[in-house]
Write a protein that binds this ligand. Structure first.
Ligand code: AMP
Ligand code: MG
Length: 287
């Protein structure tokens, strides 16, 4: 697919990608708009709408590949991580919502149930992986076990330290079996989170979104940022992308665009039918 005006000025898979070496979130501006080809919200809404056309086409190709005989079709797994209010739900609504819901499997990871806690931390994650041809969305993920798990010391330190390697092995296994893993950290500032929490409190229609527990996590902001930095740095088997998310319009456009780039790079062709189209045409016409 050629370059279009709603595409990033340079691929977001490069611009937002976390490179090797130490990660410092404080050096990444959460209000930046890397690669954005326009001026602001109005452009972003327009570009995101335009991206929908490409995204739907690509998603349909992916799905179509799972509907024919042959080797298992590939799948895509979008991992969304970020502090409370960073907009994981907003991204699902505004970016993922651009494609046919029949081709999407969404899984939100909450505090593990008693059954989940009785298993290895990847057990519930393996159970939620996208089927061939599907786009899976993780709203939180296995990374919680090195984020809240680390900050709140939910397991012994050596066990948590061992999880980074386990996550790398797991993600390598996913990639080898045909799942394209797209990892996004929605990066917001502490000030922006404060504004969003206050906005929820000030509007009774948003009270359902407010969780007093979010303030407890907020009070551990620095510990969370450090835990994110460790995860971004150590879990490099599949690339991480840090999406500046203080501007919701940029965040939504960027995730849609990144997904478009990743799907596009899969080089998905329409599968061939296992019938003779001319023969079938004659049969339909004669019917
Ligand atoms: P929310 O996404 O706002 O509905 O909140 C889900 C909550 O579940 C968050 O507070 C997460 O930190 C928590 N959570 C998700 N996964 C885990 C996990 N593996 N261990 C502990 N808490 C988790
Ligand atoms: Mg929440």
């Amino acid at each position: 697919m050629g370059k279009k005006s709603h595409h990033a000025t340079r691929p977001l898979s490069e611009l937002l990608r976390v490179g090797p070496g130490p990660v410092r979130l404080a050096d990444r501006d959460p209000a930046a708009t890397p690669g954005f080809p326009g001026k602001g919200k109005d452009d972003a809404d327009r570009f995101t709408g335009a991206a929908a056309v490409d995204l739907s086409d690509l998603q349909e190709r992916l799905y179509a590949n799972s509907k024919v005989d042959g080797p298992p079709a590939p799948s895509v797994l979008v991992v969304l991580q970020g502090m409370d209010t960073s907009g994981k739900g907003g991204v699902i609504r505004h970016a993922i919502g651009l494609v046919d819901p029949q081709g999407v499997q969404i899984k939100a990871f909450k505090v593990p149930t008693e059954e989940e806690r009785a298993h290895h931390f990847l057990w519930r994650v393996r159970n939620a992986l996208p089927r061939p041809g599907m786009i899976g969305i993780f709203d939180r993920s296995h990374y919680e076990d090195v984020l809240v798990g680390k900050v709140d010391q939910l397991a012994p330190p050596d066990e948590i330290a061992g999880r980074y390697g386990e996550i790398n092995a797991f993600e390598r296994e996913l990639a080898d079996s045909g799942t394209v893993v797209v990892k996004c950290m929605l990066h917001i500032s502490a000030d922006e989170q404060r504004r969003r929490l206050l906005e929820r409190l000030d509007n009774p229609e948003k009270h359902w979104k407010y969780n007093p527990g979010d303030v407890d996590a907020r009070l551990k902001w620095d510990a969370y940022q450090a835990a994110y930095e460790a995860a971004l740095e150590l879990c490099d088997a599949e690339p991480w992308h840090v999406v500046p998310s203080d501007h919701k319009w940029y965040r939504n456009w960027a995730v849609a665009e990144l997904l478009r780039e990743k799907l596009s790079a899969m080089g998905l062709d329409w599968p061939k039918g296992d019938f003779d189209a001319a023969v079938e045409r004659a049969r339909v016409e004669a019917s």
